[in-house]
Ligand binder design. Structure first.
Ligand code: PMP
Length: 390
């Protein structure tokens, strides 16, 4: 056995772990023994999976796998350097062109993850003389982007457009940028995007939206809430991920050509980080083709969303069919963990989401639906919830 390094830092870590454990907030890794899908192998069991953001079931699609495998053969595994050095390939550029067509955007810029896209884009576009207006329930990557940008950050109450307008009216700055998720990741609700666009236009502010949970789910072509509302041109920067509905890894911003060219110069997660492997770009290209061509897949997801939300409402939960994410709020973290374990004993993988991911007192079960779930699997989850009597 190797010797333990770092006595001082180990003591810090043990103190931190003990504090988390005392509050019921320590989390543990659990390795899957299968690909993503509606059924997964975990700890020797087969479980119905409600924990993955693979909303269209593309993570294990044979077509997507074959595209990745072909690019892996041609380009190898690693990309060797950042895109500005030698990590760029024709596969990256083809994917950007494909995504620009999908998003009806002038240009698209790839990032290694949604986290990197939000942090890098915010940090590139605004600085200490500027102000960012951020929804209180925005994803952590947008929050961290505000921090890295060192812009003044004004957090407005969740989806409160009047409060946003008041904040804009009373906060002068060199540049002003409003940032919001379109589908909120832990609640599944939608931002009041038409109103936000109007307020931004009235106050001369720019708007950046995070479509991570909307890409592939909303819109006739699956391009997200902006597409669904016809706001593609009214929103300055749209961020989408390759890691959820598109089944892979990576992300992108869709914007004007100058914005893309400028962010490429400045975004630290792009300039100082090795590029996405070509194989993942090829996988995403195949996935976008499927998403755009095969609206039967999205129709199946929406049938599941309607069935599940109806079932939840019958159990007394507030559950509108807005997106593929359904929270069941239970309150304290221990209750959420106990409920998750009880569902597990009935063959269901449903994660307990606790602070700091969600506010104190709102720990919850989070159900993520997929087009690949069968009606029987949804009904099993509803019956298990009924038995829990939450
Ligand atoms: N934005 C939102 C709203 C998200 O939910 C996530 C992922 N959970 C991200 C960004 C980050 O995306 P990625 O996982 O690709 O880093």
């Amino acid at each position: 056995m190797s010797a333990r390094a770092g006595g001082v830092v180990t003591a810090w870590a043990e103190e931190g772990l003990d504090a988390l454990k005392a509050r019921g907030l320590r989390r543990y890794l659990e390795p899957l023994d299968s690909a993503q899908g509606p059924l997964v192998r975990l700890g020797g069991e087969t479980l119905v999976n409600f924990a993955s953001n693979d909303y269209l079931g593309l993570a294990a699609s044979p077509t997507v796998r074959a595209a990745a495998a072909a690019a892996l053969e041609a380009h190898g595994v690693g990309s060797g350097a950042s895109r500005l050095v030698v990590g760029d390939t024709s596969v990256h550029q083809r994917l950007e062109a494909r995504l620009a067509a999908f998003e009806h955007a002038e240009a698209v810029l790839l990032f290694n993850s949604g986290y990197a896209a939000n942090v890098g884009t915010l940090q590139a576009l605004v600085g200490p003389e500027d102000a960012v207006f951020s929804d209180a329930l925005n994803h952590a990557s947008l929050i961290d982007g505000c921090r890295l940008s060192r812009a003044r950050t004004v957090v407005y109450p969740h989806s409160d457009v009047e409060a946003l307008e008041r904040a804009l009216a009373s906060t002068p700055a060199r540049r002003r940028l409003v940032v919001t998720d379109t589908v909120f990741s832990m609640d599944g609700d939608l931002a009041p995007l038409r109103d936000i666009v109007q307020v931004c236009q009235a106050h001369g502010a720019a708007l950046l939206v995070d479509e991570a949970h909307a890409t592939g789910v909303l819109g006739e072509r699956g391009a997200g809430l902006c597409e669904a509302l016809g706001l593609e041109e009214a929103v300055d920067v749209r961020m989408g991920t390759l890691s959820k509905s598109l089944g892979g890894l990576g992300a992108y911003i869709a914007a004007s050509r100058p914005v893309v060219d400028f962010v490429l110069q400045r975004a630290r997660p792009l300039v100082y980080s090795t590029a996405l492997p070509a194989a993942l770009c090829a996988a995403a290209e195949a996935a976008v083709d499927i998403v755009e061509r095969d609206d039967a897949l999205r129709a199946r997801l929406w049938r599941n969303i309607h069935r599940f939300s109806k079932g939840l409402r019958e159990l007394g939960f507030a559950a509108e069919p807005r997106s593929a994410v359904f929270p069941v709020i239970v309150g304290e973290p221990e209750r959420a963990v106990a409920a998750s374990q009880a569902l597990r004993s009935r063959g269901l993988l449903v994660k307990a989401i606790r602070p700091p991911t969600v506010p104190e007192g709102t720990s919850r079960l989070r159900f993520c639906l997929s087009a690949a779930h069968t009606e029987g699997q949804l009904d099993l989850a509803l019956a298990a919830l009924r038995a829990l009597n939450l």
